[in-house]
Design a protein around this ligand. Structure first.
Ligand code: G3H
Ligand code: 13P
Ligand code: NA
Ligand code: ZN
Length: 328
């Protein structure tokens, strides 16, 4: 059944675990996540981005997740809007039945204009007021996702009002986080700690200077009762990069967020961990391998079955590592 995000994250906090939030765009991704959750008895967060709505259409996206709830009635499921860019996007998602929305008011903040913080507080608080009136949860975001290696945020060119952003300006500020949560009353807060979306996060295995796990501890110490969210949390498995390369794909050397670093984050208040890229890599690798090895096959179900199975293995591994297996 569909539940609010708040319900799941409160339970996760009480019991000291974290929940992966997987992005979904199609039937196979939904099935992979549900098969994995069913096998290890985990609650589920499925989220749709603006790109997912554009790809599948809102009705298909919604009904795929509702079908999951019908097929697996014993598994609690959150249907979450990922990176809502405006109150209007969040209202649309709420109207169509999403049980949780993200109001990402941090997009302007990447430019660090004086009014960007006030804008973020204002739009986020407005969405919270509407959402809480109907039992929907809200995730906000504070800070700039992007590379500490290059000193650049991903949405901007790294040149704010005062020039190139320093490492510290990219990260979420603990005092600002406390003020933001107090003023907006968000249910969960996405923080910037050096990760970015996509496959190319780090050019080497990340250490503390480029992946700021320390900052999670500082934020958690300041707002211990706030559920923290890590975006850009794919681990970018080297074995899937190798399989993609072996069967004709081209991927440059790259590193993601090690699972053990996420597990440390979970000890310090991280409750929601966003993962999209890992599923993409596994599905692409499995598809390339299958088609290369079965050159006369033309039934899409055959390679999609391989892709689903590869995605399912990734999901299961994350459910187990984050401690949510057995918690449904
Ligand atoms: O927020 C980033 C997610 O990975 C969604 O990506 O916009 O390509 O659907 P997308
Ligand atoms: P990845 O690209 O690391 O999977 O992150 C996804 C994400 O943060 C979606 O909001
Ligand atoms: Na941001
Ligand atoms: Zn994200």
């Amino acid at each position: 059944s569909l539940v609010s995000m708040r319900q799941l994250l409160d339970h996760a906090a009480e019991n000291g675990y974290g929940l992966p939030a997987f992005n979904v765009n199609n039937l196979e991704q939904v099935q992979a996540i549900m098969q994995a959750a069913d096998e290890c008895n985990s609650p589920v967060i499925m989220q749709g981005s603006a790109g997912a709505r554009k790809y599948a259409g809102e009705a298909f996206l919604r009904h795929l997740i509702l079908a999951a709830a019908e097929a697996y009635p014993h598994i609690p499921i959150v249907m979450h809007q990922d990176h809502g860019a405006s109150p209007a996007v969040c209202i649309q998602a709420m109207r169509s039945g999403f049980s949780s929305v993200m109001m990402d008011g941090s997009l302007l903040e990447d430019a660090k204009t004086p009014s960007s913080y006030d804008y973020n507080v204002d739009v986020t608080r407005r969405v919270v007021d509407m959402a809480h009136a109907i039992g929907v949860s809200v995730e906000g975001e504070l800070g700039c996702l992007g590379s500490l290696e290059s000193g650049m945020g991903e949405k901007e060119d790294g040149h704010g009002a005062e020039g190139v952003l320093t490492h510290d300006q990219l990260l979420t500020d603990p005092d600002e986080a406390a003020d933001f949560v107090k003023r907006t009353q968000v249910d969960a807060l996405a923080i910037a700690i050096g990760t970015s979306h996509g496959a190319y996060k780090f050019t080497r295995k990340p250490t503390g200077d480029i992946l700021a796990i320390e900052r999670i501890k500082q934020i958690h110490a300041r707002i211990p009762n706030t559920h923290l969210v890590m975006h850009g949390s794919s681990s970018v498995p080297q074995e899937w990069l190798d399989i993609i390369r072996e069967f004709g794909g081209e991927m440059k050397e790259t590193y993601g967020v090690p699972v053990e670093e996420i597990v440390t984050g979970i000890k310090y208040g991280v409750r929601k961990i966003n993962i999209d890229t890992d599923i993409r890599l596994a599905m692409t690798g499995a598809t390339r391998r299958f088609l290369a090895q079965h050159k006369s096959e033309f039934d899409p179900r055959k390679f999609l079955k391989e892709a689903t199975s590869a995605a399912k293995d990734i999901c299961k591994a994350r459910f187990e590592a984050f401690g949510c297996a057995g918690q449904a």
